[in-house]
Write a protein that binds this ligand. Structure first.
Ligand SMILES: [Zn+2]
Length: 303
């Protein structure tokens, strides 16, 4: 006859498992998530604007290659040259271009356009536009104008985990000739991770947090046009030209596994996640350019 009930081992084990599970989830929420969320560029000055950054034009440079080095859209880069710069005009080797302190958009002046019409279009005033001395320098020919941007734009809320967690694996490489350099136009996620910063004013890219050394793969087939170190904060970075007007950029890598001129397939390993350059933790800074302009990768990546 039992005087005392036997300890209920089964229930205890279950309780312990639940407790450990809870502990694990709590630890993950407290330790891992904040790391993932903070993994982005260091506190952006002027909303991430590369103020004061300089670039000296090298042989073979085009407006596009210069814009890639400066981290600006190709149109913005036109407003670092002269007001009268024409798109077909070659760059001058040895010219040093400096990014001004204040963020701007570069407006391509259309025939017959007036200053007040341009100002109205950007919800600014003619006075604000002519305050930038660049807009009044040089001769009478005006092809471009700098439109000052407010640098205190509100930031959208941070999107992490949940519905924006990345679940689709990179697609398998397409069966194409080994040196076929043209992309498909369909982009695969270059990495598994958490979105730690989305596309917004001053950050024309996605930041995807992941563990150090997580494999980074090419979002689409293309030719590596840049693989090396960036002085403007990208750290170790890779740029792939997909030859169909799209270019992708992968920054802050711990390791680069491709070289310039190499043709890479979609899903091919190109480097590993790191925190090199201007970065607060391991993450991939990923840009997609369409005709030289950075666009929101979320609109193009496969879901
Ligand atoms: Zn970034």
């Amino acid at each position: 006859m039992r005087l005392w009930p036997q300890p209920q081992r089964h229930k205890d084990t279950k309780g312990m498992v639940q407790f450990l599970l809870c502990l694990f989830v709590s630890l993950w929420l407290y330790l891992v998530l904040p790391v993932a969320v903070s993994a982005q560029e260091a506190a952006p000055v002027n909303g991430g604007w590369p103020a004061g950054v300089q670039y000296t034009v090298q042989p073979g440079d085009t407006l596009l290659t210069v814009s890639l080095e400066l981290g600006l859209d190709v149109e913005q880069t036109a407003c670092l040259l002269s007001r009268s710069f024409a798109w077909e005009q070659p760059l001058v080797i040895g010219d040093t271009l400096t990014v001004p302190e204040r963020p701007f958009l570069c407006h391509q002046v259309q025939p017959g356009e007036t200053l007040s019409a341009i100002a109205a279009r950007y919800a600014t005033t003619p006075g604000e536009i002519v305050q930038d001395p660049w807009n009044t320098q040089g001769g009478r020919s005006v092809r471009h104008l700098r439109i000052p941007l407010a640098d205190d734009l509100p930031l959208p809320p941070l999107a992490i985990g949940g519905e924006l967690a990345i679940t689709s694996p990179p697609s398998a490489p397409l069966p194409l000739p080994a040196h076929w350099p043209y992309g498909s136009g369909y982009f695969a996620w270059p990495i598994y991770g958490w979105l730690s910063q989305g596309f917004r004013t001053g950050h024309s890219a996605l930041d995807i947090a992941a563990w150090t050394d997580t494999p980074v793969t090419a979002a689409d087939r293309g030719v590596v046009i840049r693989a090396g170190w960036s002085d403007i904060g990208y750290g170790n970075f890779v740029i792939i030209d997909h030859k169909i007007d799209y270019i992708t950029l992968y920054a802050h890598l711990s390791e680069i596994l491709v070289s310039e001129g190499q043709v890479v397939a979609q899903g091919q390993l190109i480097g590993r996640v790191g925190s090199t350059g201007n970065s607060t933790g391991p993450h991939l800074h990923f840009e997609i350019r369409d005709f030289g302009r950075r666009v929101d990768p979320l609109g193009l990546l496969s879901r």
